[in-house]
Ligand binder design. Structure first.
Ligand SMILES: *[C@@H]1O[C@H](CO)[C@@H](O)[C@H](O)[C@H]1NC(C)=O
Ligand SMILES: *[C@@H]1O[C@H](CO)[C@@H](O)[C@H](O)[C@H]1NC(C)=O
Ligand SMILES: *[C@@H]1O[C@H](CO)[C@@H](O)[C@H](O)[C@H]1NC(C)=O
Ligand SMILES: *[C@@H]1O[C@H](CO)[C@@H](O)[C@H](O)[C@H]1NC(C)=O
Ligand SMILES: *[C@@H]1O[C@H](CO)[C@@H](O)[C@H](O)[C@H]1NC(C)=O
Ligand SMILES: *[C@@H]1O[C@H](CO)[C@@H](O)[C@H](O)[C@H]1NC(C)=O
Ligand SMILES: *[C@@H]1O[C@H](CO)[C@@H](O)[C@H](O)[C@H]1NC(C)=O
Ligand SMILES: [Ca+2]
Length: 534
């Protein structure tokens, strides 16, 4: 797709060669592309310590194929758009742990490598991002993060599996992809990247914090960092609404109504009536407006329910009175992913983490889940997973760049937590230093890693780039490449909202603490009407 006509907006694609300057250089005029035979014989002859090759297949491009043997909770099929060599391996990380990886090595290699992360508690190879990165000519690796499937059971009494999940899988993948490109293409990588969101965002920051040599560029969305507190907060939020009874105190339909009332109370604080609360921290929602009365008997709140809503919108404090985690953000959808939190069951990842990792007790039900559970998780900090170190100077000193992004209507991980981390790094390193290597783009109205009513597509993950222009103004991966390789820091990124293959709105997203402001009289659906202000 070189040229896209979507609704009334026409996008001419910038020649990708300009943005991928290594494309013609990487293999050199005299170097032939790797052939299908090279691919299959390469896998058979690969002799790396602690590594078993499961299979090697050359795929000619635009192939959709099934994934036999994949855990039933993970992808069952995928697509490889580029022509590439698919290499599946199992690497023993200790005598009691192993990571299954796939490397996708495109025939047309840009000289760049990438590691892609995971999500939730998984356990699943991120095939969508293998496809995305390889279609942009990266040699890319993804893994099962040390265990198979989306649940926490494999962590039970398995500290090495927990360590793989916390950091070692990504670090091992980083080593593997670099070693393998040298052998496969006969050349060292020029730059090494990382791409992930949610748990993948945490994995990216863990690398910046503890493995500053691993990556030159990190794209880390909606990071699940301060991990023990995040899960604790999610668990406590679910308790507010009745977990683990299975019976929510406020049901789905009523929550949706509260969601609408929040928009009606707070949409205009930012001055634009677009169904989006730009700065959820400025919204002090008043649920008492929805109390039942003589005249209001349907879809209204009892006093107890109104109190639940109030608690949901408060931060949580630990047993020592210190802030543990910021609040749920008004404007975050109460449907979709939020049903994981508000259905009346204990938030699944919080339950699994407590059950299989903190208490090692398969009978644990979460009926007493609370601040003491978080304190126990903190005391253990399993696998050193917290990921909250605020000194990134080793990473910045060697020239690493990190771009983070967060939807301001994220129901699983509040964007306020990304702001809290950024501010902590600024306190540690100083603003001018931080601006040189770390930018956080806040996306108003965007949900968890994407979705929501906001302009949620800017190339942050594979499925959120189809239909947007392939340039660094609209694609944050290309913006990261430009920063790492040409030293040009992104000052803004244009997000696109596409509904039914039609561009409905575009808007610029700005690096925190800056914000996008609508120009006087401007149409909020047009990117040109917005401007970043400090
Ligand atoms: C990986 O570890 C398992 C279990 O200890 C062992 O059976 C297997 O031979 C090891 N594989 C390699 C390639 O070292
Ligand atoms: C895949 O299909 C697209 C669209 O038809 C085409 O432009 C592209 O060249 C194909 N890729 C390969 C590797 O065959
Ligand atoms: C995960 O699944 C892969 C592919 O089926 C398998 O090779 C690997 O041994 C499994 N890993 C674990 C830890 O069960
Ligand atoms: C649970 O197991 C971990 C090792 O995985 C151990 O460090 C921890 O102390 C155990 N917790 C309890 C409550 O026994
Ligand atoms: C495991 O959890 C159950 C349910 O909460 C509890 O009754 C039991 O005492 C726990 N077992 C241990 C060893 O702590
Ligand atoms: C644990 O994480 C901290 C903070 O990122 C880091 O400084 C420390 O070296 C890590 N410890 C181990 C044992 O990995
Ligand atoms: C998108 O298309 C679907 C199916 O054709 C339709 O049901 C839906 O109303 C459309 N949505 C919008 C916002 O146009
Ligand atoms: Ca608004």
């Amino acid at each position: 797709m070189d040229f896209l006509q979507l609704s009334n907006i026409t996008f001419a694609m910038v020649n990708p060669i300009r943005l991928l300057p290594f494309l013609p250089l990487a293999l050199g005029a005299s170097t032939a592309k790797p052939t299908a035979d090279h691919c299959t014989s390469f896998g058979a002859s690969l002799n790396l310590p602690n590594t078993k090759v499961l299979h090697t297949t050359h795929l000619p491009g635009n192939q959709t194929f099934s994934l036999p043997g994949a855990d039933s909770t993970c992808d069952q099929s995928t697509t490889a758009a580029a022509s590439l060599c698919r290499l599946s391996l199992v690497v023993n990380t200790t005598t009691s742990s192993q990571v299954q990886m796939e490397l996708w090595l495109p025939d047309d290699w840009s000289g760049r490598t990438s590691v892609v992360g995971n999500g939730g508690l998984n356990g699943c190879i991120d095939y969508a991002n293998l496809n995305y990165l390889s279609s942009y000519n990266f040699a890319v690796v993804g893994s099962n993060n040390g265990h198979n499937g989306t649940g926490g059971a494999p962590f039970l009494n398995a500290p090495e599996v927990i360590t793989d999940f916390a950091w070692r899988a990504i670090h091992t993948e980083s080593d593997m992809v670099k070693e393998i490109v040298k052998r496969y293409y006969g050349k060292k990588q020029k730059k090494a990247y990382y791409v992930g969101c949610s748990t993948g965002g945490r994995q990216g920051f863990k690398s910046a914090q503890d493995f500053p040599e691993d990556f030159d560029g990190i794209l880390a969305g909606a990071p699940a960092f301060d991990f023990n507190h995040l899960l604790g907060w999610s668990g406590i939020l679910s308790r507010y609404n009745g977990a683990p009874s299975g019976k929510p105190i406020i049901g789905k339909e009523l929550l949706a109504e509260v969601g609408k009332d929040i928009i009606s109370q707070c949409d205009m604080i930012d001055g634009v009536k677009d169904g989006i609360i730009d700065h959820p921290d400025q919204c002090i929602y008043r649920p008492e407006a929805m109390l039942c009365s003589e005249t209001k008997k349907d879809l209204c709140l009892t006093p107890q329910q109104a109190e639940v809503i109030r608690r949901i919108f408060e931060p949580i404090y630990g047993m020592d009175g210190k802030l543990l985690y910021p609040r749920y953000e008004p404007g975050a959808d109460f449907g979709g992913y939020a049903t994981m939190t508000f259905s009346g069951d204990l938030f699944q990842y919080a339950l699994d983490w407590a059950k299989y990792v903190v208490y090692n007790n398969t009978s644990y039900t979460g009926s007493d889940y609370g601040l003491q559970t978080i304190a126990a998780a903190d005391a253990l900090n399993p696998g050193n997973i917290s990921t909250w170190k605020q000194d990134l100077s080793a990473f910045s000193t060697r020239g690493g760049k990190v771009i983070s992004y967060h939807g301001r209507a994220d129901p699983l991980i509040p964007s306020g937590n990304s702001a809290r981390y950024y501010d902590g790094v600024v306190r540690t390193m100083g603003q001018s230093k931080v601006s040189e290597f770390y930018r956080l783009f806040m996306a108003p109205g965007m949900g968890h890693c994407g979705g929501g009513v906001g302009a949620d597509m800017f190339g942050q993950i594979g499925r959120l780039q189809t239909g947007i222009p392939k340039d660094k103004e609209h694609n944050i991966l290309l913006a990261l490449i430009d920063w790492v390789e040409n030293g040009k820091a992104p000052e803004q990124i244009t997000g696109t909202k596409i509904v039914n293959e039609t561009v409905e709105a575009q808007r610029v997203h700005c690096p925190y603490p800056g914000k996008s402001v609508l120009l006087k009289g401007g149409d909020w659906r047009k990117a040109g009407s917005w401007k970043c202000v400090a």
